[in-house]
Design a protein. Structure first.
Length: 232
């Protein structure tokens, strides 16, 4: 029974990897391909720097503000939570003094997926745990605030050594873009990896990575269309 029902949902696809692994350009290519094929698809990324929380994160990453490691960890997590679900009745109570503040995001993850849109997400909870635990924070503590976020249907890890990644056009000026730190992040990712992850060699040609990514994603989208439930 392959017929798509009206309740068929989109897939939550997450791309992970070190800085400069090619994730962002691959997610762009994947988005373009799926869109051209007529799929309902959106390209997302975390951190989402457009929200109030996102602006705090952006300022931290640019070294324009300093924050305790735990505090910034929770902000990254909050940035995922604020895009998860419908707003509750409580959170939509109007507050006359708050006009002009950052509006709540209108399009949220669960709503999009349930309405059949596939989301390609550049970084998610694994970045949260990998980057913060690389600083020495307890890994179980790092995982806790991620509990209850929607579980990805597919995690693709674009695999590249920290040394190779560093050779790629150099890092920018952001806080984490340093070889020694990226080596620690690579180690953290390795400890998070499980058999459900699709690992793609990010040092292959752009076209080969693109092809492997497409195959994995189309396969996953099929399973979701067939009624695989959304989980947490
Ligand atoms: P990007 O915009 O993908 O380049 O991400 C910005 C930087 O922030 C990058 O070095 C990865 C890091 N990062 C992404 N998500 C998290 C997170 O949840 N926690 C921490 N500590 N770092 C993150
Ligand atoms: Na980056
Ligand atoms: Na990136």
């Amino acid at each position: 029974e392959n017929k798509e029902s009206s309740s068929s949902r989109g897939a939550l696809i997450v791309l992970e990897g070190l800085d400069r692994c090619g994730k962002t350009s691959q997610s762009g290519k994947l988005y373009k391909y799926l869109d051209e094929q007529g799929h309902s698809v959106e390209s997302w990324r975390f951190p989402d720097r457009n929200t109030g929380v996102g602006q705090m994160i952006s300022s931290y990453l640019a070294n324009k503000s300093q924050l305790d490691d735990h505090a910034i960890h929770l902000l990254f997590s909050a940035n995922r939570w604020e895009k998860r679900d419908y707003l509750s009745e409580f959170s939509t109570w109007s507050c006359p003094q708050s006009t002009g503040a950052h509006p709540p995001p209108t399009s949220l993850m669960e709503e999009k997926l349930k309405s059949g849109t596939t989301l390609i997400v550049d970084r998610y909870s694994y970045s949260g745990v990998a980057f913060s635990s690389a600083k020495g924070l307890d890994i179980e503590w790092c995982k806790a605030p991620e509990i209850g976020l929607l579980a990805p249907d597919l995690v693709v890890y674009l695999d590249i050594s920290p040394e190779k990644a560093a050779e790629r056009g150099g890092y920018g000026d952001e806080r984490y873009e340093q070889l020694e730190f990226q080596k620690k992040v690579a180690g953290s990712y390795l400890s998070l990896r499980d058999s459900s992850w699709k690992v793609i060699d990010a040092t292959l040609s752009i076209e080969d990575v693109e092809k492997k990514l497409r195959e994995a994603v189309l396969d996953c989208m099929m399973t979701c269309h067939k009624g695989k439930p959304l989980s947490q």
